[in-house]
Write a protein that binds this ligand. Structure first.
Ligand code: UD1
Length: 416
């Protein structure tokens, strides 16, 4: 828990890395395995801490889960336990994605609330109202969200905001509801499309994945499947921004570049040369990047999970950048750590204005979440001297072999 990274600035990142499966997909796909009795096999799974945490959640519900490198096998029993207890879910918020599958399979789900985290309060109102539209009753009781339904029925649901988590829970509840569900203003993230593809391979009838309107025709029963997890666009984007910040030349494989379209376009505007391939891309730049403005939005907008990397590049870019956060209220806590590294940044509501400087100055900084932690390491790569990044257990939750990958690209970083 007390591991930290020592990052020595100055190296130009060069070489090739391959990303593994997406954290934000694999956890939802593991939860979707609850929908069918039998053994579901997922491949291209990332070796990150959240996967064994999800294993623990599923085992608590009665599944047996085998982790075998990049393969995860989940065997779901005929009768599931509907209670995901506090011990299992408190450590990571993504565990709330068992709510939809449990309501569908058991007619009852009790999922302890993990509470807010470092990036905002993260309520569940849209998850609840979506399930209610499908005929469930829901409540928050004794620190858990409870959903109950004798029968789920298809409905027309319009989300106030294209929430990723709410879209997933509504989808996984609606696949076995009676009749047709139309979900408007659905999230369009590639991880949603990945989930829909897996659900269809289990026998579900889902159309419109990756668009704002998803139509789900309920079926009586689903069967287990084999499915390959899509590549992690946020990890891929992290390497792309690391390359651009350090004047590097990095090729990233294992990722569909269309999943990162806007983030790569922004790097082009900053002066980088970006080539895309069927399953990867190359980012090259041999000068200081130009300042570019960013605003985070649901997909296909600029991902909020890459906002720390946008702040990182803006802090060393030539000129002034404005970065606007539209998805999570408290995500600018990261800026306080960037100020400690000497960044010229000022926060005004949900905007941060940065005047880029040639180099940051090394010091001790603290990770507050997965992406902020990775962003601080990137900042350390463009600081003079040695930057100490504390609380790196956050980074371990989302980035497999983080140190090894960076070292293979020529970065000076060690875990102590
Ligand atoms: C997921 C990702 C996270 C990413 C985020 C946005 C996982 C495990 N996490 O989080 O990495 O940053 O999508 O791309 O996949 N909201 C409500 N009420 C609700 C649900 C959400 O107000 O019922 C708000 C949230 O507080 C937030 C916004 O909607 O401000 C977006 O949240 P959402 O898209 O649901 O993100 P997550 O699924 O939690």
């Amino acid at each position: 828990m007390n591991d930290r990274f020592l990052v020595t600035g100055g190296a130009r990142l060069q070489g090739a890395v391959k990303v593994s499966g997406a954290k934000n997909s694999v956890l939802k796909l593991m939860a979707a395995a609850l929908l069918a009795e039998g053994t579901t096999t997922l491949s291209n799974c990332p070796e990150i801490l959240d996967v064994p945490l999800m294993q623990h959640v599923l085992e608590g519900l009665g599944c047996s889960v085998e982790l075998d490198g990049e393969i995860v096998r989940i065997t779901t029993p005929a009768e599931l336990k509907p209670n995901a207890d506090f011990d299992a879910v408190r450590q990571f918020r993504a565990s709330v994605c068992v709510l939809g599958p449990l309501t569908a399979r058991c007619g009852r789900a009790v999922v302890a609330l993990p509470g807010g985290d470092a990036i905002g309060s993260r309520p569940l109102d849209m998850h609840q109202s979506g399930l209610e539209k499908l005929g469930a009753t829901t409540s928050i009781s004794h620190g858990a969200v409870v959903a109950e339904a004798d029968e789920l029925r298809g409905a027309h649901i319009s989300l106030d905001f294209p929430s990723v988590g709410a879209t997933e829970n509504i989808l996984t509840a609606a696949v076995m509801a009676k009749g047709t569900t139309v979900l408007d203003n659905a999230a369009r993230e590639p991880e949603i499309a990945d989930l829909c593809e897996m659900l269809n391979s289990m026998g579900a009838k889902v159309e419109g994945a990756g668009t704002s309107t998803i139509t789900i025709e309920g079926v009586e029963k689903l069967h287990p499947t084999e499915h390959q997890v899509i590549g992690d666009r946020i990890v891929a984007g992290t390497w792309a921004y690391a390359a651009a910040m350090t004047g590097g030349d990095v090729t990233v494989g294992g990722i569909a570049p269309r999943h990162l379209h806007l983030a790569l376009e922004k790097l082009k505007v900053a002066g980088a040369d970006v080539e895309t391939y069927a399953n990867g891309f190359r980012v090259r730049i041999d000068r200081r990047p130009d300042a570019v403005d960013y605003q985070t939005l649901p997909f296909p907008g600029f991902p909020t999970d890459l906002q720390p990397m946008a702040i990182g590049i803006a802090s060393v870019a030539n000129g002034m950048s404005v970065i606007t956060e539209n998805v999570f209220e408290s995500r600018f806590r990261f800026v306080d750590e960037m100020l400690r590294l000497g960044a010229n940044a000022s926060v005004d509501g949900h905007h941060v204005v940065l005047h880029g400087m040639k180099q940051l100055s090394s010091t001790e900084v603290w990770s507050s979440d997965i992406r902020a932690g990775a962003g601080l390491v990137l900042a350390g790569l463009v600081a003079d001297g040695v930057t100490t990044v504390h609380d790196v257990h956050h980074i371990d939750r989302g980035y497999p072999n983080f140190v090894e990958h960076l070292r293979s690209l020529g970065a000076e970083i060690q875990r102590v």
